[in-house]
Design a protein around this ligand. Structure first.
Ligand SMILES: [Zn+2]
Ligand SMILES: [Zn+2]
Length: 223
């Protein structure tokens, strides 16, 4: 077993049953080629949606608990949802260390991302023949890596974001109470992201604090 390689994030207990590739846990949502094996970093959209609907952790695939961590980019907060299903706090901490994009080991998206067409095999009957790229992947090619924020939610506030036809787009962030907002440990968020975290944290405190007690002087002066 090479999971315990020097510098490798230790595998959290909920992921102990998951297969590994090069010592890294294969997340539950990962795409698998019928013959060529796991494609780490590629996800199946049907499993992403199932994760949100069935309230499973996207890393270990097990049911989520009382606290859910969702990794989102500042623009996801602005658009009101993130495409990333939630995780157990310990699985999220692992993903933050093991995933090259989350851990900040990539400063840019690949300039020439490998398209799904290149990953297809020669068998016309193989499932891979219908694989397609998300439009997102091509627009991000060569762009600076995204900043991520770990958003902690109470499981009662964890719900799907759906489109006009009821299709699951991800996890709702609009009108949702955030328990905590944290940058990914060990990586330096941009000043813009830091400002966004502080602003949201201030709003969160405003919404969750009890209203200030009335000043007795003011109440007395009322007619
Ligand atoms: Zn998990
Ligand atoms: Zn194939």
């Amino acid at each position: 077993m090479d999971e315990q390689c020097e510098g490798r994030a230790p595998i959290p207990v909920p992921c102990a049953h998951r297969p590994t590739v090069g010592g890294l846990v294969v997340p539950w949502v990962t795409l698998r080629h019928p013959h060529a094996g796991w494609l780490l970093g590629r996800t199946r959209s049907d499993l992403m949606a199932a994760c949100v609907r069935e309230r499973r952790c996207q890393t270990c695939g097990e049911p989520l608990g009382a606290r859910v961590v969702v990794m989102c980019r500042p623009e996801d907060l602005a658009q009101g949802y993130t495409a990333e299903p939630g995780m157990h706090p310990e699985c999220a901490a692992y993903a933050g260390r093991a995933c090259p994009m989350l851990a900040g080991r990539m400063d840019h998206h690949h300039r020439h991302p490998v398209s799904m067409a290149h990953l297809r095999c020669d068998n016309p009957a193989c499932a891979c023949q219908v694989w397609g790229d998300s439009p997102d992947r091509q627009t991000r090619a060569g762009q600076p890596a995204d900043d991520y924020i770990a958003v902690w939610l109470d499981a009662r506030d964890y719900r799907p974001a759906v489109d006009e036809r009821g299709k699951v787009r991800g996890v709702a962030l609009r009108g949702v109470r955030f328990l905590r907002l944290r940058p990914i440990p060990g990586r330096e968020p941009s000043s813009e992201t830091t400002r966004a975290i502080h602003a949201l944290d201030a709003m969160r405190q405003l919404m969750t604090s009890p209203p200030p007690a009335l000043d007795p002087e003011v109440t007395r002066s009322c007619p």
